[in-house]
Design a protein around this ligand. Structure first.
Ligand code: SAM
Length: 279
């Protein structure tokens, strides 16, 4: 059967290269090229942008990104078994796909790319949250990327976009929403993947803000939210006691009741408290 890019259908690619999915590498592949093109479009206009893709696997999403017009794609894949399949895509899109056989946690991908840069990935679930936290906490802001369009377990996606007042709201929500606009743009059932995982998945799009939504020192904000949410059922005057002897006064000055719990405090409140801790 013909495909949009003239390359073989992904089921054939997987058969030809014997790419039996490995659980320990978080391999759940997307084989529907219409779906991968749709995910690529969620990243916005790709023409004129370099794209970092982590974990291309047999290359379904990679093909979507290239078909949707990405200027260049840097695909970082740990599993060397996928390289031959990716080489076929390189041949179909001369000069537009670079493949690095590496662990995404070990390399400086930004050094290989030219701005504007978008990150798009169907991430391995085991490293997804770790990479997201790294991308959200660079040494300086703005980061190397303009946007992140990432597949997560639905439960993790919900934590990224969570508002105050529920269980999902925590450090990840604060970290993401402080300096990006974060939205869930698509949810996918297990059957969308081969093999199907046990859980539902969701694509989150995070667009960086030029400036943080509210001023705060990144290290202080990070410390406060770690302490507050590590003991999320305690009142803040207790969970943050070790921060300063006069924590109650500082909380009140930041507009927060010392008897409130972390999950009741909006992002703005945590930023105000971070500023109060500098005084
Ligand atoms: N993008 C493909 C798709 O949508 O069909 C594959 C997605 S699969 C969920 C995750 C991919 O990430 C696998 O190909 C796996 O080998 C790769 N991977 C796992 N850990 C990695 C790491 N630390 N660095 C780079 N790639 C990794």
């Amino acid at each position: 059967m013909a495909t949009i890019d003239g390359l073989p259908p992904l089921r054939e690619v997987i058969r030809a290269h014997d790419l039996v999915a490995k659980k320990q590498l978080g391999q759940n592949f997307l084989l529907d090229l219409n779906l991968t093109a749709k995910i690529a479009r969620m990243a916005g206009d790709l023409t004129g942008a370099d794209v970092l893709e982590v974990g291309p696997g047999p290359g379904g999403l990679t093909r979507g990104l290239l078909a949707e017009g990405a200027r260049r794609v840097l695909a970082v894949e740990k599993d060397a078994r996928c390289l031959a399949a990716l080489a076929e895509i390189q041949a179909a899109y001369p000069g537009r796909l670079e493949v690095l056989n590496a662990d995404a946690l070990e390399i400086d991908a930004a050094a290989h790319l030219t701005p504007p840069i978008k990150v798009v990935a169907n991430l391995p679930y085991n490293v997804g949250t770790e990479l997201l936290v790294r991308w959200l906490t660079p040494r300086t802001w703005p980061p190397f990327w303009d946007s992140l369009t990432l597949m997560f377990q639905k439960e993790v996606a919900e934590r990224i976009v969570a508002r105050p007042g529920g269980k999902a709201y925590g450090r990840l929500a604060i970290l993401a929403q402080w300096r990006t606009d974060a939205r869930i743009v698509m949810t996918l059932p297990p059957e969308a993947f081969t093999p199907p995982p046990k859980i539902h998945s969701a694509v989150v799009h995070l667009a960086r803000l030029a400036e943080p939504r509210y001023p705060a020192d990144a290290a202080i904000l990070s410390r406060i939210t770690a302490m507050a949410f590590n003991q999320r059922r305690k009142m803040l005057r207790a969970s943050l006691k070790a921060l300063a002897p006069d924590i109650e006064e500082r909380l009140i000055a930041a507009g927060i009741q010392p008897t409130q719990r972390a999950e009741e405090v909006p992002l703005e409140g945590f930023c105000a408290l971070a500023r109060m801790m500098e005084k």
